[in-house]
Design a protein around this ligand. Sequence first.
Ligand code: NAI
Length: 481
Amino acid sequence: MPHTQTHYDVIVVGAGPAGYISAIRCAQLGFKTVCIDNGHNKKGQRSLGGAHLNAGCIASIALLESSKIYYLLTHAINEHGIFADNISLDIGQAVARKDQIIETFEGKITDLFIHHGIEYIHAKAKLLNARQVEVISHDCPAPFVLEGKHIILATGSSPTGLACAPIDGEFIIDTAIALNLNAVPDTLAIIGGGVMGLELGGIWNRFGAKTILLEAQDRFLSLADHDIARAAYQIYSDQGIDIRLGARVISAKVHNNKVTLRYQDQHGTHSLSVDKLIVASGRKPNTENLAAPEANLLLDENGFVHVDENCRTNLPGVYAIGDLTVLGPMLAHKGIEEGLFVAEQITGMHNLINYDALPSVIYTDPEIAWVGQTEQALRAIGEPIKVGIFPLTANLRAQAEGQQHTESMVKIIAHAETDTILGVHIMGTHASEILAEAVLAMEFSASSEDLAQTIHAHPTFSETLHEAALALKNRALHLPL
Ligand code: NAI
């Protein structure tokens, strides 16, 4: 396809959540916008949406849902007076359903691009300088150059991998392949008890794989509030995940269709044999070959694009958003917000991103969700705080729906003098949805009393936030004094 148009107001490189949303906002603001992305789906077809859609949260949540239904039917349905015999699992069908969801949403992004007049080029892009991008297209015999008044880099991240456990795609697999297994392994080990490890561990454990999670750090979910991490550890262990902490994997080898891995902990070196090994040891920014050396795009020592607080790189008119920068954690909604922010900044609007009110969610069952600071971080800086905790088991809606864990909770931390909410941490069913109200409260610098005085529909899960705010002042209605 010969490319006639070569000059644009905005060139967006990458069509993950950060990039495609930024492109849409640019188009809404009247900019002639092109979005270049070289992503493809597992059939090898061009695909918008990035890793988040194709091999991340959306794919993971789709499979999680299937695993929850399977687990319910095989473990907990009888208490409802429902007896389902001969339940069988066709994992291929569950994966096909997940693929269909991805395909449908990918089609919607394509439609949105068409409706907004955004040009989409399926190609690899390389930044040549502050104004030019080289495009290496699969549809074009020779590379060509596009010019943009503004360039937004949004190429995302990919799994880091581990030299001690090289991916072979069949027995030692990365997090993307782990969402496409065609059979449930009898035994499964996962390197990394981070977000990906927990999400994938929960899915395959529920489908019936004996799952062992190996985490190098001594503390489980060290970034989370310690009460929540303790509760999560208990709940996941009760579900059957064998969590081994302080366990650093040092080698993994495939022999006779099995993976033999060795790990070290405080007791010495151990060996383990499993059918599959998932490497979920972190992600790195996709900055390799993103810019020609003569472009002089400044990266930090870990390969992240250096940006200021406005997502501006060292090159005038060139921005970086999403997983490419260290401005915030690698979260889709962080990238989305930065995508909107940069598009509006180009028009001269000066909004600010409130990284302090950035929600984090781990999509397990039950979910973990939080916003703001942890109790341990606030205590470490000597901040005077008060804490309110409300267990989900004391909530009527949660009781009626069943399947609640005694450790599930909503925890609110507020400043002891001003009562301003400083952090909200949730472990339990619908945690991500309950959290939305807490994020809004923090965005408006609300006090815990504001939440306590807000009417919540009864019976709903959202009342747990209300009750936690009341608990902070020893006024919880469904707890003993
Ligand atoms: P992560 O950094 O969250 O966790 C990786 C874990 O692997 C670490 O705890 C590390 O100690 C451990 N590890 C590394 N080498 C090891 C070894 N040799 N032996 C044992 N353990 C080892 O990385 P993850 O889970 O891959 O996620 C990457 C990023 O993507 C994160 O920033 C995460 O927030 C984001 N993400 C967010 C999601 C969400 O919002 N729900 C979903 C998926 C990813």
